[in-house]
Design a protein. Sequence first.
Lengths: 310, 251
Amino acid sequence: MIKVENLSKRYAGVTAINNISFEVGKGEIVGFLGPNGAGKSTTMRILSSFMPATSGTASIAGYDVFENSLQARARIGYMPENVPLYADMRVTEYLNYRAALKGVKGRRIRERVGDVKELCNLKDVENKIIGALSKGYRQRVGLADALVHDPDLLILDEPTIGLDPNQIRQVRELIKNLGKRHTILLSTHILPEVEMTCSRVIIINKGRIEASDTPQNLLKQLRTAGGIRLEAKTGTDNGVVELAKITGVKDVTAEKDGEWNTFLLRVEANSDLREEIYRLSVDRRWTVRELSRRKATLEDVFVEITHADI
Amino acid sequence: MRQFFILLKREVASFFYSPVAYVVMICFVALTGFDFYFAISVLNRGPAEVTLVEVFFNLLPFWICALLTFPLITMRLFAEEFKLGTIEPLMTAPVQDWQVVLSKYTGALIFYIILWIPSAFYFPIFEWITKAHAALSPGAYLGSYTFILLLGMFYLSIGCLASVLTSNQIIAAILSLAAIIILFLSGFLSYFVLNVTPGFRDFIGYFSTIEHMGNFSHGVFDTRPIVYYLSMTVLTLAVTYQVFQSRKWKS
């Protein structure tokens, strides 16, 4: 569906994206991750033909985004960051206009606009002026606009930014459902969201692709991730020293709260050392009130990849 | 072409989404009404060798009214899209750059024409009440309104260019107003320069908007100004198109 080869974009003096290549197959939901300024929006803008690349090629469903821009654009539903909309139009009026502009014909316009209003829960605001809508509704108008011509590919730049937790959940459900019929490329900062919705993750940093895999595989590859938390009374023992002796423990930090110590252990990826720690505690006669494991999340992957020095 | 008309429809409608269009229209009718009143009082002073139509289209209120409307109509066109970022959904829809530029320009021209429609009723009403002729021939009407259209085509294209250059509507308005006033005043150059040669006066005459208006409201169809205004319109729009493309790519 999307094919990007050696794509670069340089602004005056700044390289926004540097020689990236990736592909997105039909039916995939791909999450585009990266810190601010990593080049996510730039890549999406090039894919949606809003700006040309400095070098390299990108194509949508076989149509080059520069050479056959109109055909490529007709197949994309693009929702830009911050969802710019004409504030003085009414919701239905705007969607009708956008549908017509994107080539939906005659009677189909009513039908499609009705469908997307239903899908995005816009029925109760359909006659309101867009400028008077809340952020959540504006976001949904943007999504409805992206969907109105029933495109094969959806490109959503930060679809959940600025929404409250309930709205985020709604949008996430919506995206999951859309994934059944559309190919989706979405960018976000919110990592649990990617874990929940995406079948593949592309992590981009400083204009380069650092990783591209399923969330599960990325977690497996983590060098250090997850950890174990132990709350115990260690008496006269130096808990940090004792715990560090266990094989597999990378480092230990401790916090003192009266007699109680809270130890946070970083361990080798995917190892579970709770049993060893329990035995140690019994041997040393520590009183334990909590022993728990924190599984690695995509956040750890993200931090590890984008801040290699930490 | 379908896309062009969809865009055009929105452009024309967008003038009426906000109260701005209605305020401009009311003020415009009030100002041209004043101008009409002045024109009648000029003729009331005594016998004159000019007709009502000629006086109406050559008085100071007419020019103030005409020149001020161009920046007001055009300042929004591109600047607002760039400022609000709505250029992004617009240009990622399957539309071509020329369709966007031309639809905005044509939309502005249509609104400009709508503004002038009420003034066309002044003269029949005058004739109906006074039983006197407002002009000597239909050519005077035709010439006057043809010239208003030509003037609008050129000066609105200047407004489009100013608007595409910036994201700030006020800057766009100031730029286009300055350009329009300079163009307008250059027609008076031969009055200010000492030792004017006849050749220089003729040359300046080609650009003198006020002289053109005088001729056309007389019912004289001179093809030179027609060519001048049309070619300048095409040139300015071509530059607007180029600037639009480069701005879009840089954003």
